[in-house]
Design a protein around this ligand. Structure first.
Ligand code: ADP
Ligand code: MG
Length: 246
């Protein structure tokens, strides 16, 4: 991806859950257009990092800036900054009793104040783009997991985020559906979307990532280009992790 100015800056962040030190002096800069894959053992703090960037969790110390603006603790400014960050989780959590189209129009109507007609036009384009245009009037349960996750991506994009965070977006999917979701993400990356992606899909990392960040025990241990990381990991922890992954 073409790389521009810093968009997400995580500056000396510490996060405690009670006495538990979940993030230890995290420093991470993601530039505009950059795709950063975050990888590491279970419990290493990957989800916590995503959640702090989206302020679903508060941080204990340090600072997070999105497009130069410090993330506030609460209030309207937080809502606006949070809208800049699109988030896609492992579980797609679409609204079960709303149609696919409604799932994608809800946020833009409520938060971006689009008219219903504008929101629907945009939603249909986005659903088309992620390959589920035919499913617009169905309910989530009528779609496969892979289709639902692509709807979740369309829903996040409908908010016009500056950066997209993905937290293990394919780990709840049947194997045959993983690629249809990853392909959409690769397309997004090619179009220049700034992305932070927690995933163990090495193929995706090699295809789309500019950098791989390896976390263990709440710390960033390595921050490398994908080929270097996968072919010549420096740390024993990364070597150990990769040998178990293969
Ligand atoms: P990962 O996504 O890398 O698997 P997490 O960020 O989910 O790791 O969790 C990192 C550590 O923080 C784990 O040890 C986890 O048990 C702990 N943790 C996560 N969320 C909470 C919470 N809400 N309260 C207490 N501990 C938590
Ligand atoms: Mg996690």
């Amino acid at each position: 991806a073409a790389v521009g100015e810093p968009l997400v800056v995580v500056d000396s962040v510490e996060k405690y859950y009670g006495d538990f030190h979940a993030l230890k002096n995290i420093n991470l800069t993601v530039n505009k257009g950059e795709v950063v894959v975050v990888i590491g053992p279970s419990g290493s703090g990957k989800s916590t990092l995503c959640r702090t960037i989206n302020r679903l969790e508060t941080i204990t110390e340090g600072e997070i800036r999105i497009d130069g603006k410090k993330l506030p603790e609460e209030g309207k400014a937080l809502a606006a900054l949070r809208a800049d960050v699109g988030m896609v989780f492992q579980s797609f959590n679409l609204f079960a009793h709303k149609t696919i189209l409604e799932n994608v129009t809800l946020g833009p109507i409520k938060v971006r104040k689009l008219s219903k007609a504008e929101a629907e036009k945009q939603a249909r384009q986005l659903l088309e783009r992620v390959g589920v245009g035919q499913q617009a009037d169905k309910l989530p349960a009528q779609l496969s997991g892979g289709q639902q996750q692509r709807v979740a991506i369309a829903r996040a994009l409908a908010m016009k985020p500056k950066v997209m965070l993905f937290d293990e977006p394919t780990s709840a999917l049947d194997p045959e559906m993983i690629n249809e979701v990853l392909d959409v993400m690769v397309e997004l990356a090619k179009e220049g979307m700034t992305m932070i992606v927690v995933t163990h899909e090495m193929g995706f990392a090699r295809r789309a990532a500019d950098r791989v960040v390896f976390m263990a025990d709440g710390q960033i241990i390595e921050d490398e280009d994908p080929d270097t990381f996968f072919d010549h990991p420096r740390s024993d922890r990364a070597k150990d992790f990769l040998s178990k992954l293969l």
